[in-house]
Design a protein around this ligand. Structure first.
Ligand code: COA
Length: 214
């Protein structure tokens, strides 16, 4: 059963006194905390880090632009808050220091389709943390939200392809990309007629949860 009501409740409560977290590590050394998107609950430090890390890894994503705190805050309140297909979690240390973020996006509440979205390590952390955080998030999406068909889309020129393979994703399709400029953004879009040496968008399916339990 899909549990959109739980998803919406967690998003609404993010940043308020009601705290929902997903613990990471054995023993627990990090936790995933929903990023607030309601304008009354915004977290300035989160906004600043989101902007800084977006700029640090500008070429990792399909839309390239220069982020700043104001733009990020309005993206959170105007786009993410109103989007019932997207949620983002900060990865915090036990001392509440954010080191990166993971998210779910492009959710289809009818079919159970979900994408790993906004996966970024901004600060140093133990090896394997990002893989563990993403696997936990996808397991939570399956067991608590009923989203059991997880994918990721990643640019072929991003070394994160290897990270996703190591996390349990398997390549299923690859579509060439072309780029265009819109305002101050560079946008990569799927284009079967793209130039031969252009990067591609790789579609990878998460298959770890499909493995039979030994
Ligand atoms: C992708 C990203 C989150 C991975 O973080 P990380 O801290 O390296 O992840 P982990 O330590 O959990 O690595 C898990 C596995 O992936 C492998 N891996 C990660 N990055 C790799 C790279 N650039 N090349 C080869 N392997 C890589 C690690 O070696 C590890 O495998 P191993 O334990 O078998 O050696 C990080 O590199 C990042 O923030 N990149 C920039 C943002 C980005 O591109 N996000 C993806 C957008 S689609």
């Amino acid at each position: 059963m899909k549990n959109k009501a739980l998803f919406l409740e967690i998003k609404k409560a993010a940043g308020s006194k009601v705290n929902f977290v997903i613990p990471v590590g054995k023993p627990v050394d990090f936790f995933l905390r929903p990023i607030a998107t309601d304008k009354n609950n915004l977290n300035k430090n989160d906004i600043h880090l989101l902007s800084e890390w977006r700029n640090k890894f500008v070429r990792s994503f399909l839309t390239e632009f220069r982020a700043n705190d104001e733009r990020t805050a309005s993206w959170l309140t105007e786009h993410v808050a109103k989007n019932d297909q997207k949620i983002m979690f900060m990865i915090d240390t036990l001392d509440n220091i954010p080191i990166g973020h993971v998210g779910l996006g492009f959710i289809n509440w009818e079919t159970g389709y979900v994408e790993a979205d906004a996966i970024v390590r901004g600060a140093s952390a133990r090896k394997g943390l990002m893989r563990e955080a993403l696997r936990l998030l996808l397991t939570w999406a399956e067991t608590s939200l009923g989203l059991d068909n997880a994918w990721v889309r990643v640019r072929s020129d991003n070394p994160a392809v290897v990270f996703y393979q190591n996390t349990g994703f398997i390549e299923k399709n690859r579509i060439p990309l072309s780029k265009k400029t819109e305002g101050d953004s560079l946008i990569w879009f799927e284009d079967p007629n793209a130039e031969k040496d252009a990067p591609a968008l790789i579609y990878m399916k998460y298959q770890l949860n499909d493995s039979p339990i030994p």
